[in-house]
Ligand binder design. Sequence first.
Ligand code: FAD
Length: 485
Amino acid sequence: MSDASAAPPSFDFDVIVIGAGYGGFDAAKHAADHGLRTAIVESRDMGGTCVNRGCVPSKALLAASGRVRELADAEHLKGFGIHAAPVRFERQKIADHANQLVETIRTNLTRTLERSGATILRGKGRLEGSQCVGVRQSNGVDRIYSAREVIIATGSDPFVPPGIETDGRTVFTSDEAVSLEWLPRWIAIIGSGYIGLEFADVYTALGCEVTMIEALDRAMPTFDPDIAKLAARKLIDGRDIETRVGLLARTVTPGCPVTIELADMQTRELVETIEVDAVLVATGRVPVSKDLNLGSVGVETNRGFIPVNDQLQVLVDGQPLPHLWAVGDVTGKMMLAHTAAAQGTVAVDNILGHPRTIDYRSIPAATFTHPEISSVGLSEAEARSLGESEGFELGVVRSYFKANTKALAELESDGLMKLLFRKDNGEVLGAHLYGLHAADLIQEIANAVARRQGVRELATEVHTHPTLSELVEVAYKQAAMAIDG
Ligand SMILES: Cc1cc2nc3c(=O)[nH]c(=O)nc-3n(C[C@H](O)[C@H](O)[C@H](O)COP(=O)(O)OP(=O)(O)OC[C@H]3O[C@@H](n4cnc5c(N)ncnc54)[C@H](O)[C@@H]3O)c2cc1C
């Protein structure tokens, strides 16, 4: 145990974490496991967005709807000589599967925290000056606790743009969509980021017609352009999805039907009014920080996001504020569950006196559509501009699923991996993938990025045959050849 555990008795806790999502959970568990007297404050459900309204239920829905898609894909099955009966599914049972998984993970997570010795405080937390946290329980009881270190992990909520009215039933966000309470015949999804795409995957597999509305001038604007182009052919154009790009959903009015006024993104002039059965608003997320009383310690947010350095210390005028840390979505850095968790442990390691920084470049991201999309490291544009500033040439190689034996055996040869590397020393800078199990495949490249490994060394590593991982091997070998000629 480190000296950090020897807190002066004047503090109620060594560490108080506000928010029990993935960021708060990993921070509190790590702190308690290392002997720090730890409390975690939660005002809603243990596990936060990921467990209750995000990764967990959405992946359960994708698993079930993915199977429906597979069994209903007569052409694909015919390739194996399989002729299945028409597929039937029960919406409620699919919803139940998601709800039960949420319940299981939430219970496990809560028990794990309790077993680690962390104290769970139910209520809404806020700062009360330095090293003090106020907690208001739902019954109105309010108490102030002192802590040597405070970690803010209050996460994010869905962003609903002005002009869009939600009623939770016909116009809703992912918070409600994960419950799959009904299947609209025609649903408009506003936003073609990863949340919009994943729900489009679920809805189309279950027989809904989708209209995807994107304000920017192309669908999937946040993805690598080559990957987006290829993926869109199957994930959007190949399905019952109509895309409307360059259009702003200026107003959305709930009801039966739901009315959407679409305006030109540039001129803001009305282009068309459409009527649909439901609307999913998937236009990004906003930090939860406004009720934290950050002013009591002089912290100014950036549109609600709490500024932090790579040690996860909260910054005031660019300088770290003693004893205050922030992790997870509320910091606005790669808003993903595993980023939040990693930040949580890095913050606690620093509290424990083991200096560490977080390496965002090696954190992978995945979209769990069928097939999946994933990425790690720099985008091609970022890698090119790094090359210009540091004076190296960027190497780009492509490895195709259609040349992979396992993908061909699965009749899933649609896909591409793009590997970015430095041509001078071979260092892997990033990768962008679309294809079967892309979310699993990216991890190998993420590990290489984390170690700043070069393609010459990586090209010598033997991969199991026949597996999809040979796609990565092929890319490394091509890259090594490109360097050595
Ligand atoms: C539909 C959807 C799918 C997703 N899928 C994935 C995925 O597949 N993979 C992935 O990596 N990420 C995914 N994400 C993102 C992921 O859910 C978030 O990045 C992650 O939950 C962030 O964790 P966090 O701990 O920062 O915050 P949160 O999970 O938002 O948790 C914050 C917690 O703090 C609590 N809180 C807030 N204010 C207070 C207060 N004042 N006092 C006490 N408690 C408070 C909240 O109630 C909440 O429980 C998905 C998100 C959504 C919406």
